[in-house]
Design a protein around this ligand. Structure first.
Ligand code: SF4
Ligand code: SF4
Length: 151
């Protein structure tokens, strides 16, 4: 087929075929089964063993001490590649891969997710053991102010 003929054929095919993409974000594709989005931690199931932090290939997890003998993972989603290794290895099934993949934010700080312990009932045993619930809110790897672009 001649060159102009090839172009005409391609033009025709493009005109009559459906687009390969959707008009995101107005239109959205149905996520396939097994889709891996942002990891989600269930702090109640976690026992603080630290396996996820040790094995994360992107070094996106730190194990933080929230109280005496209470450690939980903190996530740096600016490093996470959504590989799912942490969820796969967790012996307590405390990490699941969510369907959340839209993580755009205006500051690097927004990609840091510290663990938050549930606030225990006043006077409860759990409250005494955990030191009253709480969170480590300052990302240790971002030493300066939020959104400073530190790497
Ligand atoms: S591997 Fe699981 S149980 Fe161990 S610290 Fe990570 S989330 Fe917690
Ligand atoms: S999904 Fe992969 S990169 Fe992200 S925190 Fe888990 S192990 Fe690390």
């Amino acid at each position: 087929m001649s060159y102009p003929g090839t172009i005409a054929r391609e033009l025709f095919l493009r005109l009559v075929s459906r687009p390969a993409t959707v008009c995101y974000p107005r239109e959205r594709l149905t996520l396939p089964p097994g889709f891996r989005g942002r990891p989600r931690l269930d702090v109640d199931r976690c026992n603080g063993c630290g396996l996820c932090a040790r094995e994360c290939p992107s070094e996106a997890i730190d194990l933080l001490a929230l109280a005496e003998k209470v450690k939980r993972p903190a996530f740096y989603f600016d490093r996470c590649t959504f590989c799912g290794v942490c969820a796969e290895l967790c012996p307590r099934d405390a990490i699941t891969m969510s369907a959340v993949f839209e993580l755009a934010a205006g500051s690097r700080q927004a990609f840091y997710e510290p663990p938050v312990l549930p606030v225990p009932e006043p006077g409860s045993k759990a409250g005494a053991a955990a030191g009253g619930g709480g969170a480590a809110s300052e990302p240790e790897r971002y030493p300066q102010a939020a959104g400073d672009g530190a790497r």
